[in-house]
Design a protein around this ligand. Structure first.
Ligand code: PEP
Ligand code: MN
Length: 338
């Protein structure tokens, strides 16, 4: 439920609504918009009489039920787009952000060469995994803290904010010391304790959609993070499992457009994991932007054939540079810049 305050309502009037909510063990989540102040009511059990009760409070204009199961991330609560600020790079506004980098951080030379090249080509953030969720335990699982240090070194030189995955609650403090954006991987989308832990950091979180998660489940996972008082969630569509085996995943662009409509959170797309094939990445990157994505995250590597993970879906640095003017052109067609 949301409580819409009258324009010009006082802090005291807001407080009295919040106090009444507390009496019912409910919390009020404030949303200050340009035109209206809204209180989102969150908690396990909202008494059926509360709606009418609050409508009689002075300063309250109306109360409305939120029809979706997710509340804080819902557009019904907040019609305006949320903009997540990552060290000055604004995700969700007029920009179409491009995050690029290798699947895994492998060596100093590899990450530095990639960071310089993607920056030169116009990327606004650097990605790279230090802790890698791999289907097989016998494959490369990341450099761990060394990988984080190399990412920080690349940020120091290029100024690009870094996006990297955190896989367990135990590693949240460590990864948060280096990262600018904490990535929650597809396989962890429903690790609710991890979601709460990254929520408590207050840091920007990139939440990938689970391999077989519905859009509603994905948005409910985002709700776990925001319910901890952290509004800085960036959703990321990365392809889902379907009957199709010709591509690694099926890039669900419906989800990009629908998530933009259902939530106020920024939504980006990952055509690298979405397709699994480097030559399909450019067309799907452009299609993602056309579908309304606020940005794309792309795997790029100086030598994809020798990459220790996801080489087959990684763009060479040359191909990444070739793609960027096309990304800028599609973004410009929608009134955005990269
Ligand atoms: C990745 O970004 O390299 C990754 C492991 O992604 P996902 O969690 O979407 O599979
Ligand atoms: Mn990868």
């Amino acid at each position: 439920m949301i409580v819409v305050m009258q324009t010009g309502s006082t802090q005291e009037q807001i407080e009295s609504v919040l106090e009444r909510l507390a009496e019912y063990d409910l919390r009020g989540h404030m949303v200050y918009g340009a035109e209206r102040t809204v209180i989102g009511v969150v908690g396990a059990a909202i008494p059926p009489t509360l709606k009418e009760e609050l409508e009689h409070f002075t300063g309250v204009k109306e109360t409305l039920r939120i029809t979706q199961p997710y509340k804080l991330v819902s557009r019904e609560l907040r019609p305006m787009d949320t903009i997540v600020d990552v060290r000055g790079v604004k995700v969700g506004g007029e920009r179409c952000v491009v995050i690029a980098g290798p699947c895994s951080v492998e060596t100093e030379e590899q990450i530095m060469a990639t960071a310089r090249a993607v920056r030169e080509a116009g990327a606004s953030m650097l990605r790279g995994g230090a802790f890698k969720p791999r289907s097989s335990p016998y494959t490369f699982r990341g450099l761990g803290e060394l990988g984080l240090k190399l990412l920080a070194q690349a940020r120091d030189e290029t100024g690009l904010p870094i996006v990297t995955e955190v896989m367990t609650i135990n590693d949240v403090d460590l990864v948060a010391r280096y990262a600018d954006v904490l990535q929650i991987g597809a396989r962890n989308m429903q690790n609710y304790q991890l979601l709460e832990e990254v929520g408590r950091t207050g840091m920007p979180v990139l939440l990938k959609r689970g391999l077989s998660a519905t859009i509603e489940e994905w948005l409910l996972s985002a709700e776990y993070v925001t319910a901890q008082g952290n509004p800085n969630v960036i959703l990321c569509e990365r392809g889902i499992r379907t009957f199709e085996t010709a591509t690694r995943n099926t890039m669900d662009l419906n989800a990009v457009a629908l998530a933009k409509r259902r939530t106020h959170l920024p939504v980006i797309a990952d055509p690298s994991h979405g397709t699994g094939k480097w030559y399909l990445v450019p067309p799907l990157a452009l299609a993602s932007i056309a579908a309304g994505a606020d940005g794309i995250i792309i795997e790029a590597h100086p030598d994809p054939d020798r990459a220790r993970s996801d080489g087959g879906q990684s763009l060479s640095l040359e191909n990444f540079a070739k793609l960027m003017p096309q990304v800028a052109a599609v973004a410009a067609a929608l009134g955005k810049r990269i």
